[in-house]
Design a protein around this ligand. Structure first.
Ligand code: AMP
Length: 278
């Protein structure tokens, strides 16, 4: 596996004309788990050459403590990447991503930053859009792979692609879960065994809402789901059904598979997000 730490090295590795129209790209913040590896496997299947980036992007953390506590497991990550035959790992420094003059790039977000994660984490999606804009410009992939676990992020990336990178194909891939239903996340590494058990109720609560699709009113279905979460030490940030495309909260059910239940909770001081399409 090739490793590039600078943009110069990255450019040199990507120069080969045989690969440069067949590059799959998987941006990550490291602390890799099976959810990331599935994205890489998919990219490997669909492209000649797969680039994975690891960059913990300070601009997308609205909370400094969250940034400082973000798990870093670079040696394990490199072994995992080799095990799935990743072709190139790009692990830039802050200065490579944000050289002077490019630190304050501002991408129009069309109000996607005003709801759910955007509302709760001011500046988060501006940071996500800035880093993905920079990474897309540097890697120039043919296809890029993202997880539906971060549902609203997928919509933000699509908005970015439509504005600046019409030639990049986006692939949004299903959420990979633990056996207990908990969505895999780098942040799960910060939970105790007990915390992991408690967090598995997020999926149970989401499934409860889904099971009531079109049987009872949305608000009643949400209350039934919340009843499950309220039995445990779980702080609820939001638990709401939205239109899957506009992310506007739904007052009534939309036709099947057009509703998304968006969830953000805090367990043991760790903020977890999840979602389910209904
Ligand atoms: P992160 O390292 O958290 O920034 O995630 C990098 C990419 O992996 C993003 O596109 C995430 O949506 C995706 N991802 C993270 N967790 C999962 C999961 N459990 N299943 C599928 N994709 C995931």
């Amino acid at each position: 596996m090739l490793i590039a730490k600078t943009n110069k090295e990255l450019k040199k590795f990507l120069e080969n004309p045989e690969i440069n129209q067949k590059i799959g790209f998987v941006p990550t913040m490291g602390a890799l788990h099976l959810g990331h590896l599935k994205l890489i496997e998919k990219s490997k299947k669909e492209n000649l050459f797969t680039v994975v980036s690891i960059f913990v992007n300070p601009k997308q953390f609205n909370n400094k403590e969250d940034f400082n506590k973000y798990p870093i497991t670079i040696n394990e990550d490199i072994e995992l990447l080799k095990s799935v035959n990743c072709n190139l790992l790009y692990m830039p420094s802050y200065e490579e991503i944000y050289p002077s003059g490019l630190e304050n790039i501002n991408i129009p977000l069309h109000d996607l930053d005003k709801v759910y994660e955007g509302e709760k984490r001011p500046g988060h999606f501006a940071g996500v859009a800035a880093v993905v804009h920079r990474l897309f410009s540097l890697v120039e992939p043919h296809k890029a792979f993202f997880g539906l676990k971060d549902f609203q992020q997928c919509i933000v990336i699509k908005n970015l692609r439509d504005q600046y990178f019409k030639n990049i194909k986006l692939k949004f891939c299903p959420t990979i879960r633990e056996k207990c239903g908990l969505a895999m996340s780098s942040r799960n590494k910060r939970l105790s065994k007990e915390g992991l058990k408690i967090a598995s109720n997020i999926y149970k609560a989401m499934k409860e809402v889904k099971s009531n699709f079109n049987k009872i009113e949305i608000n009643t279905a949400l209350s039934e789901g919340l009843k499950i979460l309220k039995q445990y030490p779980i702080e609820i940030d939001y638990f709401s059904v939205a239109n899957k495309h506009s992310l506007k909260p739904n007052k009534q059910w939309m036709p099947v598979r057009n509703n998304v239940l968006l969830v953000a909770v805090i367990v043991e001081d760790v903020r977890l997000i999840d979602n389910i399409v209904i």
